[in-house]
Design a protein around this ligand. Sequence first.
Ligand SMILES: Cc1cc2nc3c(=O)[nH]c(=O)nc-3n(C[C@H](O)[C@H](O)[C@H](O)COP(=O)(O)OP(=O)(O)OC[C@H]3O[C@@H](n4cnc5c(N)ncnc54)[C@H](O)[C@@H]3O)c2cc1C
Length: 445
Amino acid sequence: MTPSVAPAAIHDLIGIGFGPSNLALAIALRERAQQQGALDVLFLDKQADYRWHGNTLVTQSELQISFLKDLVTLRNPSSPYSFVNYLHAHDRLVDFINLGTFYPCRMEYNDYLRWVAAQFSEQSRYGEEVLAIEPLLHNQKVESLRVISRDSHGETFVRQTRAVVVSAGGTPRIPEAFRSLKGDARVFHHAHYLERMAQQPCVSGKPMRVAIIGGGQSAAEAFIDLNDSFPSVQVDMILRGSALKPADDSPFVNEVFSPEFTDLVFSQTGAERERFIREYHNTNYSVVDIDLIERIYGIFYRQKVSGVQRHAFHHLRTVERATAHGDGIELALRHSASGELDVHRYDAVVLATGYERQMHRHLLEPLSQYLGDFDVDRDYRVITDARCQAAVYMQGFCQASHGLSDTLLSVLPIRANDIASSLYDYLGHQSLSSAPRAPLLATAS
Ligand SMILES: Cc1cc2nc3c(=O)[nH]c(=O)nc-3n(C[C@H](O)[C@H](O)[C@H](O)COP(=O)(O)OP(=O)(O)OC[C@H]3O[C@@H](n4cnc5c(N)ncnc54)[C@H](O)[C@@H]3O)c2cc1C
């Protein structure tokens, strides 16, 4: 039954996830508060502390976007939360300039994000996974929302809010053939790469055969890391496509990641929006940075020169079957051109198979009768029927309406500004600064 409670002191906004999207929003709200009054905002993240795709931060990986597209610069170049100010605060500005790059390594960018996140510790709680967002009814209207979360000790928290912003990121995509191997420590998604590799026998120099499934950036980064960090590992790259294809980041094409392009995509009909996304798919999906492709090609070429074939490249292959045995994982690979089936055995399998964006559907399921099919307005607010007055925003789940930037870092500061502006309008300026601080409604073990 839908709960109905009297309005109590409530948060103005609860953010689900505290990745770059909600960090950018936290900054935009703090900077706006100087003119418009502070909101009562709280961000919840299931991770134990701030990490940006922490298990993928291999030494060679670099940001795939200019550092100038940090959390603030596009909106407010004089913000203290810029990447340049982070470098300055860490006494590395001159050295970074000497590097002559727009693409810092991802480890450094993670450190930048952690540095910003630490400045919002009073507005954030880590180690709490949000389980559901439920309606709170008053006179048959959804005037506020109940956010239910659980910490790592199993304690449940219930909070009330006028608005939520769901920015929970992607969920690892596990291909059908591997679903039954869930729980087998030898098969893991790239999202868990570092922690799982640390448990493999190759860490102590034992020989291993590892398969990487996929032909995108993550697969390429895993290949380079296995090649460089684990000399006892033999890697098979297994991909459906015929080749590793380069990400198109040429300047005219890059304009699809400009804030103006979001307006353009949003103003189109559904079919036209889809066409834009298809046309520029190769800027982001199933593609690899050209310098990484060249390195990988070089590694395979040197194998030909030396005659020592350490790694193998299996293109045009679909994994038809994956079976766990005591001495390895057996993969049956179908060649899409010849139709032949090969069987190989591996000590570990890395699934560099991308991410799904479905978390919003799961978290907002209790509100489904008010939401339709998660259509969003230009301000990223989910369109609801008249009974739902509470505001639901989404970041990272609006690619179909707002274009390819939505799942990336490209327009974070501008999007944060759009949401902040909409949120202030929704809440109404007058009541903001006087709102009482929000308590927990309840906690239960
Ligand atoms: C390995 C990798 C590298 C990337 N590199 C780039 C790049 O170089 N450039 C670029 O533009 N984009 C890149 N991306 C795309 C990526 O989506 C963005 O960089 C960025 O992380 C998006 O930020 P976000 O806050 O929307 O999502 P995320 O960064 O995914 O953050 C979501 C947060 O929500 C938390 N969360 C999830 N579910 C819950 C829940 N139920 N309750 C509480 N918390 C929850 C997670 O713990 C996480 O901290 C990369 C993605 C990956 C996977």
